[in-house]
Design a protein around this ligand. Structure first.
Ligand SMILES: Cc1cc2nc3c(=O)[nH]c(=O)nc-3n(C[C@H](O)[C@H](O)[C@H](O)COP(=O)(O)OP(=O)(O)OC[C@H]3O[C@@H](n4cnc5c(N)ncnc54)[C@H](O)[C@@H]3O)c2cc1C
Length: 456
């Protein structure tokens, strides 16, 4: 380990953040990339620790994925690398799949507003909440709007950040001590591989480019996948479409709609353009919508191969945050996309801010690497594919949240929080399509208000 980066005190007295105890609490110049949920909360926590923060945001407003954009991409499947990309994947009818209490920050609850007081509110309500958050904590003044980061590169132990100002079309080069990546993971489509798809003459798209049901009127539509987006789209288009077919890998939910049929996974597209499924059924369809999730991508980031995306897994990342060899100068917030990200991003951001100021010590590089290996082993023991190592925190999700809270000097996450999450998952299985409107608000509001200081 090197000496203290401020006074050259000997390595033995220095934390992994390269500060001796005398120079802990140091302010670091940090670039945050993105002003969605992760970037906003990262900026707040870094500012609270007195770091000097610049947030780069390609859009002109805050909110990231929660900014509804009626436009769709020129390649509806999202495969053409030269297409102009659209960041948001939100559709008009979208309501949150989590109760608002699970989309709250520790000291800034997502309160019911007069605009939309529902427990599972619309996307507009989430965007409103993120705007309130930005105003309350003075985040906007830290953000360079309309500025896209085009390159981040390590030079002489510092990061060179190149950004493009969209209004003047000019590129600026700046140097930062630390970079926090918050650029989101719900924009680059991942599509299903289908044997014989080159024969398909119909229309294919990814749910990233789905906005409204009208284009599918009187059509036979095949949806691939059955997580939240597929389910929402099915409910959206079944009233206008002739037939909706859903190809599902697992998690078949028994929801009856007159014109909806469920199938196993797709076997192939046949010579005559029909589609066969592994259960032996065959259909003709007008449109295929791939509701098959997203790819991680950091096109601007050059780490000399240290951080890679392999098999949908971003790594190596200690605690899903720090690449051991570049810690603490490079960090990632909000990587586990299948988790309730608001609170996790908040705890991760606090941790990063504290490590940078020297309040928290990171373990030695070898220990961080061992910790990453331990997660892979636990996943293997629990028969979880390596491809889910970034998406979710399973099987160590509860330990992870408690660990993060403890690092930040906070008590364990409240019991109601975990219970609410479990209940939400149970209800999604038991009452798909209905659970959002059959939620026991009085019961859960009571539990939350009597067991914490939290309001909803
Ligand atoms: C259809 C759908 C429904 C969802 N529903 C829920 C839900 O109900 N509840 C929930 O908690 N989560 C939900 N999510 C997950 C959702 O993505 C997160 O809530 C949250 O938006 C993630 O925030 P983020 O800041 O990590 O990423 P984003 O919100 O994607 O923000 C990233 C930001 O980075 C900016 N950016 C990217 N690249 C650059 C660059 N090179 N330079 C400058 N700026 C850049 C983008 O413009 C954007 O503003 C849903 C996701 C999808 C796709």
């Amino acid at each position: 380990m090197a000496e203290c980066s401020v006074c050259a005190a000997p390595p033995a007295t220095v934390s992994f953040s390269r500060h001796c105890l005398r120079h802990a609490n140091r302010s670091v110049k940090v670039a945050v990339i993105g002003a969605g949920v992760s970037g906003l909360v990262a900026a707040r926590e870094l500012q609270r620790e007195n770091h000097s923060v610049v947030v780069f945001e390609q859009n002109d407003v805050v909110g990231g994925n929660w900014i509804y954009d009626p436009r769709t991409e020129s390649d509806p499947l999202g495969l053409d690398p030269n297409r102009e990309t659209i960041h948001s994947s939100i559709y008009v009818s979208l309501r949150t799949n989590l109760p608002r209490a699970l989309m709250s920050f520790r000291d800034f609850p997502f309160l019911r507003s007069r605009h939309d007081p529902r427990t599972f509110p619309s996307h507009e309500e989430v965007l409103r909440f993120l705007n309130l958050f930005s105003d309350r904590f003075g985040i906007r003044q830290l953000i360079r709007f309309g500025t896209r980061v085009v390159r981040v590169e390590r030079e002489n132990e510092e990061w060179v950040v190149e950004s493009l100002d969209r209004s003047s079309d000019s590129v600026t080069r700046e140097v930062f001590e630390a970079v926090v990546v918050c650029s989101g993971h719900n924009s680059i489509p991942r599509i299903a591989e289908i044997e014989g798809i080159e024969r398909w003459k119909g229309f294919q798209m990814h749910s990233h480019n789905y906005r409204v049901p009208q284009p599918f009127r009187h059509q036979v539509v095949l949806l691939i996948g059955y997580r939240h987006s597929a389910f929402d789209i099915m409910v959206d288009i079944s009233p206008v479409a002739k037939e909706v077919h859903v190809s599902v890998k697992d998690n078949r939910l028994d929801v009856k709609f007159e014109n909806v049929k469920y199938h196993d996974m797709i076997k192939c597209v046949n010579e005559d353009g029909s589609i066969s499924f592994q259960d032996g059924s065959t259909i003709f369809a007008d449109t295929i919508i791939h509701c098959t999730g997203y790819k991680y991508s950091f096109p601007y980031l050059d780490t000399n191969g240290i951080v890679e995306v392999q098999d949908h897994c971003v790594g190596p990342l200690y605690k899903h945050i720090f690449p051991p060899t570049l810690a603490p100068w490079l960090s990632f917030i909000g990587i586990p996309t299948q988790e309730p990200i608001f609170r996790i991003a908040e705890l991760q951001s606090m941790y990063v801010a504290r490590v940078l100021s020297g309040k928290n010590f990171l373990p030695q590089e070898e220990e961080m690497t061992e910790s990453i290996q331990y997660i892979y082993q636990e996943m293997e023991k629990n028969a979880l594919p390596k491809s889910s190592c970034s998406l979710s925190l399973r099987p160590l999700q509860t330990d992870y949240k408690h660990w993060l809270a403890a690092q930040n000097g906070l008590p364990h996450l409240e019991e109601w929080w975990e219970n609410l999450l479990i209940e939400c998952f149970k209800k999604w299985i038991e009452l798909p399509g209905k659970y959002k409107d059959q939620w026991d608000d009085a019961y859960w509001d009571g539990i939350i208000q009597t067991t914490s200081t939290f309001q909803i």
